[in-house]
Ligand binder design. Sequence first.
Ligand code: ADP
Ligand code: MG
Length: 697
Amino acid sequence: MHAVLDAKIEYLEGFGPRKVSLLNKELGIFTYSELLQYFPFRHEDRTQFHQISQLHAGMPYIQLKGKFRRLEVVGEDKKQRLVGQFEDGTGTIELVWFKGVKWMKQRLAQGPAYVVFGKPSVFNGKFSISHPEIDEADAKKEGAPSLQPVYQTTERMKNGYLDSKALSKAMHRVLKKTLPHIPENLPDFIRERYKLIGRREAFYQIHFPKSLEWLQAAKTRLKFEELFFIQLKLIQNKICRQEAHPGIVCSRTELLTEFYNRHLPFDLTGAQKKVIREVYDDMRRGKQMNRLVQGDVGSGKTIVAFICMLLAVNAGKQAALMAPTEILAIQHLKGLEEFTGKMNLSMALLTGSTRKKAREKIHQDLQSGELDILVGTHALLEDTVQFQSLGLAVIDEQHRFGVAQRARLWTKNRDFYPHMLVMTATPIPRTLAMTLYGDLDVSVIDELPAGRKPIQTSHLYDAHRLKINSFVRREIEKGRQVYIVYPLIDENEKLGLKDLMDGYESACRAFPEYPISIVHGKMKPEAKDYEMMRFAKGETKIMVATTVIEVGVNVPNASVMIIENAERFGLAQLHQLRGRVGRGSEQSYCLLVTSDKLSKEGKIRMETMVRTNNGFEIADTDLKLRGPGDVSGTRQSGVLDLKVADLAQDQEILKSARTLAGNILKKDPTLSHEVLLPVRQFMQKDKKSGLQWGNIS
Ligand code: ADP
Ligand code: MG
């Protein structure tokens, strides 16, 4: 099918082996169809002419129409250059050629009108362009594309004469050859409903648009298509999995009632109740659950997980809770022990450092069904860990686990998949979650327990040092503790380390009366643990650290977080760091300290942090500032490798595409209806080209 599209670029005339190899190596382009999908990142608008009198510094490219008032060769020998005074009736600009002087001199003359295109520079208040593109105004053919594509090229490509212009020529040729063979993959009824242009038209217009309107239409069409097929695959995956894997019915609730009536230490928030209800509906339905619970730091995910585990145990099954670090696993165990003790449930902890004997006992008790709940780290994944019947697996902080590790939990039973609950405190914007976790159901705990005092955040400058110090002293005198965090600047922490050491010394000078801890990634683990422990016990009052404290530590008495050089942190990280305080009953504070030279983006980040404690709002801003590729934990997923769509900008298109995909699959899960033939064919072809959709989420 469509052999032309799969033809190798070797067959394109004008492409020698050198260019082919550059495209292979630099851009991973091997076939016509891959070349076609290398879209320009912008277009130069050649429909507009600028006026010389209106030029200002900082204009990227300009196009002028006018004549030469003077044109002369100046300088001697190597310094020779062609200088033209070019005027358009509103002013004059200097055009200069240093290379090919003779040849240009022959081509140009005073008299005829020219169109000039180039990047202006200013010197002494005068504008000039060196080596502009120049054509006789009459020679500019009617109908020639006025919006010219600009393609991203690498340094190597440019050296091999494969610049944007060369690519655009190749694109022309490839379009001519392939256009009639590009298959439509959206049926008419979809194109009509969403007012989308045809696929061939779209491919042509995205490279060589007739007008800005056409460019827009082409982009919209291709974005819709891209997002629609991703959603189709994700949702289809989910349906397949549910069909193939019936879930264990967990409908009994006696244990839950007992817990609610006799042991619940506080009232659950509305959001916690809502999520438990959603999980319960999943778990009793007879289909395997795959649910993501998003809840900001401190929103109370652990107790939700525990209650869900009770549902599994109540159905005569076992439950497991996996955390990314030993410290977190121990914290979970300690938190839950109180309840399981009272409720007569058996629970054990399994980590890398569990001794052999204890480990063997755990293995036995798991297989005999003696053990109801297992808490642990990656150690749970080992093949020797076999359950009698695992009903529910909970993964805490899921973004810290790899895909493969999660998949291994599924195989802990011989004949059925356990229900899966994955929890994350990394707020992922909704649009991103929809794409990344399109095949998971998502629950959100969007409410903090009552009585929490929101952390007060301020933005201060280095010049406020004395004020900051006296604030710190006041808080310590009230009995609180303080974090001072420095950014880790390079991988090896070398740069950050100097800042950190300087900071530690100045803290020692400023607070000679208080013991101070210091912790960074270059320390031996034992030394680090020892310092952390001293701080946790309250023996030291100030903890100076790099971002190593981001995970693991829980010191409720620490109520002040000072983030130095805060402009160097991303929003997600600032938010995570701030989450280290506000864990006790006292009012907590976060001070963001920056230099007074802040980039525009840096300012927005500080303002966002000061304005809100809401992780989702922060994540949304982060997405807008940085683009989706950088939002934590999503880079490796591969789904974000979008060609045209942009998750930050195209939320509306994503929503329509997702709704449509969902509706279609609801009516026709195998896409077998005749009108869906183009969709089905496209998906089959795409499958062969090998993206591993099963690996997502
Ligand atoms: P996270 O969502 O960050 O994992 P945790 O589950 O660790 O949060 O809960 C943070 C703290 O809040 C714990 O001390 C927990 O006991 C407490 N907590 C959880 N839910 C509530 C609630 N509804 N009311 C009061 N405190 C709660
Ligand atoms: Mg937690």
